[in-house]
Each structure stands twice: as structure tokens, then as C-alpha cells.
Design a protein around this ligand. Structure first.
Ligand SMILES: Cc1ncc(COP(=O)(O)O)c(C=O)c1O
Length: 398
């Protein structure tokens, strides 16, 4: 039996496999250089092109390019008029910003537990949490798997709630034949470095409502009148005025230069990740110490952003954090998506959440490990990850 590197054995890799390494081609490099040479670095024609390309890709009527997904979620709630004392229901198994943006509006985040099998927010749990103060639901398409959007949308319509989808992980996702981006009232996407479409930092907000789209656009650039970004262009100076106390959430052309080409490669990169996903599934199928992701529903496409295994600590001599450390010692970078938010200091102390409140989210949160899944990886990289995981399982099996 091979000895793990953490116990003094030889590591699987000599060079460290970075988690979430982006794939950048010469097309992005040329476009970025072209943007620099053009002298127009801020919001401008390239941002407009990226918005239009993404809008078509998402099958949405409107798309607003922003500097993050967080900005998109925040803006959506702003446009929908969220205010003091309102409640918004979301999953605890998510990144901080999904709930932080609710707090920024002085509203209350109300968590609803996930389903233990697919790890996404459970519509039945949502329904239990609806009160007279509920204004919106924010489902998260965790790891790229669309939430049960049909059922959640039905609930939203029945109770007159807004639906703001956090699709940070799910640019390519399709749910029951419909493209994510065209399903909810608003959908927010992330183009952070590790994401399936990456621009360094960046995001996109889509909607089919023209009034909301225009308001979101205006509020994304200080709240000054429409197309204010053109005020220094050769179209001549256009006077503007402040309509709302807006934000500085716009995307720059320098950033959109990446996005335009990343979007061209998105489907091809998905195929690569789908192949790597199958390699992981096949390699771990006969390993009872691990739980692997469920297959997706019919007529639905998983965006394959994160491949997470759950380790079964009762069958192993090490817990999840020790497993993660042992993987690192083998030269494999891995992540945790996520430790449930109700257990984070702010949410615990502010809303009196405690261990036991959301058992399914806690079950996943204690066991989950995201393995590297990037189109920049080679097949050998994937084989190294598999070898490292299986080596640890074999050595530490109870
Ligand atoms: C589920 C989820 N929502 C929102 C975000 C925020 O995205 P951004 O960094 O683009 O603001 C992230 C970031 O990783 C995320 O994982």
C-alpha cells in the first residue's frame, strides 16, 4: 500500500496542481492588447459586444455586464425595492455574498435547507419559510446544477415573490429545456477567475423585464442617466443627471476583452469538463468511502463547474479537513464549497443560528471536497487527482 505524502511517503505530483486554473488563449491576449492600444479601457464597445453575445447565449432579453456576480445580486434586490424588515429565502449552502446582499438592504436572510441528494435548496423547505414579510427567493445553482427552478418559480408566483437566481456556477446550465438566464426574474452570473467563463473579476445580470433592465443599468453606473459611459466618446459630450444614488458596478472593456473570447470557448470547455467529470465518476463508483454527485434530471444540463465528493468520515480514519490537507501534500489543490453560512460568525451571532438548524446542509458542508475541474487541466492531471484520492482512501480506510 502506498504511503501518503503527509505520512512521509512520496507525493503523487512534483508540481502542485492549482485548483481552478483558468484557460486563457492567444485570442484573449490579443483582445486585451488591442483594448490597451485603443486607449478606451473603461466601459465601452467591447463591454456592449460581450453583453449582446452573452444575452443571446443566455436566451435572455437583456444583459447588463458588471464587475461581479455579487454586484448583480445586490442590484437585482435594489431594483426590486427590497427594504428594511423584508425577508428573503435562500440556501445556507452557498458563498457569503448570496446572503450578504440581503443584509446590505437591511432585510433578513431566511435560510431553507437543501436536499440531501442533490445539495440544492429544497422547494418544500422554502414553502415552510414563507411569511407575510417574504419578498424574494434566491436559489443557487450549486456547483453548476440548476436548482428545482420550476417548483421554485411556481411557489414564487403563488406567493407573489420575486425570483433572483444565483447562477454564479451555472453559465451553461439548462433546466427542463430552458436556458438558465431566461427563467427567473433576474439571474446573476460570475466571471471570477475560477469560473467557467472568466474575466478575472466580472459578472452579468440578465432579465426579460425592460424596466428592470434599464433601472439596473442606470444604478450600475452611479445612477446617472442612460448610456452615461458614452459621455467621453466621439459622439460628443452628453449632459447627464443623477436619477438614483447608484453604484460603481460597471464592467470595463479591458475585462470584457477576456469575456468575448471566453464565451466563444464556453461550449468546448464544457465538453472537456464533462469528460473529466465522467473520469472521476467512473474512478470513484466502487468506493463506498465516498459519495459522488447525483446524475442530473432529464432535459437538464449541469454546468459542471465543481466536482465535489463527500467523504464518509465514519468509514475513514481522517476527517474532511485532514483529507484536504493530505491531498495538498500529494500536490493536489482542492476546495470547500461550502461551509454552510448559518455556521459563520456573522450569521450565527446576528440571527442566532446554530448547529442542527439545517442538517442536510451541515451533512454536505462537513464532508464536501471540490476536486480540480478545469479545461486547462490535462488528462494526466485528472489521473493524478484520482490516484491521490484513491491512495488516501486505501491507506486511511477503517
Ligand atoms: C454561489 C456563489 N454566488 C455568488 C458568488 C459571487 O461571485 P463574484 O465573486 O463574481 O461576486 C460566488 C463566488 O464564488 C458564488 O460561488
Amino acid at each position: 500500500m502506498l504511503k501518503p505524502a503527509i505520512a512521509g511517503g512520496k507525493s503523487i505530483r512534483k508540481d502542485f496542481l492549482v485548483f481552478g486554473k483558468p484557460k486563457i488563449t492567444s485570442a484573449e491576449v490579443r483582445e486585451v492588447l488591442d483594448t490597451i492600444r485603443s486607449g478606451w479601457l473603461g466601459t465601452g464597445p467591447k463591454t456592449k459586444k460581450f453583453e449582446e453575445d452573452f444575452r443571446r447565449y443566455a436566451h435572455a432579453k437583456y444583459a447588463i455586464a458588471l464587475n461581479s456576480c455579487t454586484a448583480g445580486l445586490h442590484l437585482a434586490l435594489d431594483v426590486l425595492g427590497l427594504k428594511d424588515g423584508d425577508e428573503v429565502i435562500t440556501t445556507p449552502l452557498t458563498f457569503a455574498s448570496t446572503a450578504n446582499v440581503i443584509v446590505h438592504h437591511h432585510a433578513r436572510p431566511i435560510f431553507a435547507d437543501v436536499n440531501k441528494l442533490d445539495w440544492n435548496i429544497d422547494p418544500q423547505e422554502i414553502e415552510k419559510k414563507i411569511t407575510a414579510k417574504t419578498r424574494a427567493i434566491i436559489p443557487v445553482d450549486l456547483h453548476g446544477r440548476p436548482a428545482r427552478l420550476d417548483e421554485i418559480k411556481r411557489l414564487a408566483r403563488k406567493h407573489k415573490l420575486y425570483l433572483v437566481e444565483d447562477a454564479a456556477h451555472a453559465a451553461e446550465a439548462i433546466y427542463h429545456g430552458k436556458k438558465v438566464g431566461a427563467i427567473s426574474d433576474f439571474t446573476a452570473f460570475s466571471f471570477y477567475v475560477t469560473k467557467n467563463i472568466m474575466t478575472g473579476e466580472g459578472g452579468m445580470l440578465t432579465t426579460n423585464n425592460p424596466t428592470w433592465a434599464e433601472e439596473a443599468r442606470i444604478r450600475s453606473l452611479h445612477g446617472i442617466s442612460k448610456d452615461a459611459w458614452k459621455r467621453y466618446s466621439n459622439a460628443g459630450f452628453t449632459p447627464y443627471e443623477t436619477l438614483y444614488p447608484g453604484y460603481k458596478y460597471n464592467m470595463m472593456d479591458l475585462v470584457a476583452a477576456f469575456g468575448i473570447h471566453q464565451l466563444k470557448h464556453v461550449e468546448n470547455n464544457l465538453k472537456i469538463r464533462q469528460r473529466y467529470w465522467q473520469m472521476y465518476d467512473a474512478a470513484f463508483a466502487q468506493t463506498p468511502e465516498l459519495i459522488t454527485p447525483e446524475p442530473e434530471e432529464k432535459n437538464t444540463r449541469h454546468a459542471r463547474h465543481l466536482y465535489a465528493i463527500l467523504i464518509r468520515p465514519e468509514k475513514l480514519q481522517l476527517n474532511r479537513n485532514q483529507f484536504l490537507q493530505a491531498l495538498k501534500a500529494e500536490g493536489i489543490g482542492a476546495g470547500i464549497h461550502f461551509t454552510p453560512l448559518h455556521l459563520h460568525k456573522f450569521y450565527r451571532e446576528t440571527y442566532n443560528y446554530k448547529i442542527g438548524d439545517f442538517p442536510n446542509s451541515e451533512f454536505v458542508g462537513e464532508r464536501t471536497i471540490s476536486l480540480p475541474l478545469s479545461p486547462a487541466m490535462t488528462k494526466t492531471d485528472v489521473q493524478d487527482v484520482i490516484a491521490a484520492v484513491l491512495k488516501l482512501v486505501a491507506y486511511y480506510r477503517k
